[in-house]
Ligand binder design. Structure first.
Ligand code: ADP
Ligand code: MG
Length: 321
């Protein structure tokens, strides 16, 4: 398998200035020493509750954030060392699809204009070529190109998300990071957009990182899954392995909180996730999950369990293993 992305000991911290005079600034360890690889053509799901650092991770990979430490190698090259031209090239090949793809775009621009923008920025193609491309890409995401003169607010949520995907496709990317791309949609619409992403994956052999807080969604689309908690990886395995034999009590709690459609899998439940995610500014001692863990032991309160391989390709950070 060809590695397309390697993330090594990645850290992204944010320093928050304290309002109190003379007080020490607080540090949010949003991404706290993560290492993983992405193979060409796979769909790597990243799941975890809100605030655990998923978006920060996605943005840092695309150099839309700073990094505090570690490495991000895209095809062997450190993204943070690219010169301006290579960075531009990387930005073309790696696209991000957000939950609300139009919140960052001008609502007074027509969809056709918004789709043309990336090509204009990258100075790719004549006006005619860009027009042809817009029609092709709109068809591909299931929106009739006659609507390119409409404004984003004239479309439904699901259609807007399709147009967001179309915008990412305009530059012929090879790597797409979807961040909560279906989270705002109704379940039936979610399934349609997920199926669209899968069809595009089949057709173009994209590599995806698919980020969501909803495990059922991540389970549906991914080939491999990383479970994050407070900036760290707590478990990772191939999708089937993770679904059938997850190890970490946090993963189990997520499965209970976001049950898949199969009701048989709903027996033998631990109590569903209790309490809120602790603050990443002052994470709990020992294992960050211990205050919420139904299987907590004394050791868990004292020492952080390193991520270790429990069986081939299946890693967990938990003192039970
Ligand atoms: P998720 O996407 O999993 O919900 P985020 O990556 O958005 O999590 O956030 C992780 C943590 O980092 C949160 O505590 C959030 O408040 C903090 N954070 C994210 N971006 C910034 C920023 N630009 N400045 C300060 N803190 C941030
Ligand atoms: Mg997020």
């Amino acid at each position: 398998m060809e590695k397309i992305l390697e993330v090594k000991n990645l850290k992204t911290y944010f320093t928050l200035k304290s309002e109190k005079f003379g007080a020490k600034p607080e540090v949010v360890k949003a991404v706290n020493d993560l290492s993983f690889e992405v193979n060409k053509g796979e769909i790597l799901g990243i799941v975890g509750e809100s605030g655990c650092g998923k978006s920060t991770l996605g943005k840092t990979i695309l150099k839309l954030n700073h990094k505090t430490g570690g490495e991000i190698l895209y095809k062997g090259n450190e993204i943070f060392d690219l010169d301006a031209e290579d960075l531009k090239d990387m930005r073309r090949k790696m696209q991000m699809v957000f939950q609300d793809p139009f919140s960052s775009l001008n609502p007074r621009k027509k969809v056709g204009t918004l789709l043309a923008q990336p090509l204009l920025i990258h100075k790719l193609g004549s006006k005619e070529e860009i027009d042809v491309k817009i029609d092709k890409v709109m068809k591909e995401v299931g929106i009739n190109p006659v609507y390119k003169g409409r404004f984003p607010h004239q479309f439904s949520g699901g259609q807007r998300q399709r147009i967001g995907i179309a915008r990412a496709l305009m530059l012929d990317p090879e790597f797409i990071i979807c961040d909560e791309a279906v989270s705002a949609l109704d379940v039936s619409i979610q399934a349609q957009v997920l199926n669209l992403l899968l069809d595009l994956h089949d057709k173009y052999k994209f590599t995806y990182i698919f980020i969501a807080h909803d495990l059922a969604v991540v389970e549906f689309i991914s080939t491999r899954i990383i479970v994050m908690y407070l900036g760290k990886i707590v478990e990772t395995a191939d999708k089937k392995e993770l679904v059938n034999s997850h190890l970490h009590p946090y993963t189990k709690a997520l499965f209970d909180a976001f049950p898949a459609t199969d009701p048989k899998g709903r027996e033998n439940r631990d109590p569903v996730l209790m309490g809120d995610v602790p603050s990443p500014i002052n994470p709990p001692s020992g294992c960050y999950f211990h205050p919420r863990c139904p299987r907590v032991m004394d050791k868990c309160k004292l020492e952080y369990p390193e991520l270790k391989e429990v069986s081939s390709g299946h890693k967990a950070a938990c003192w039970l293993y």
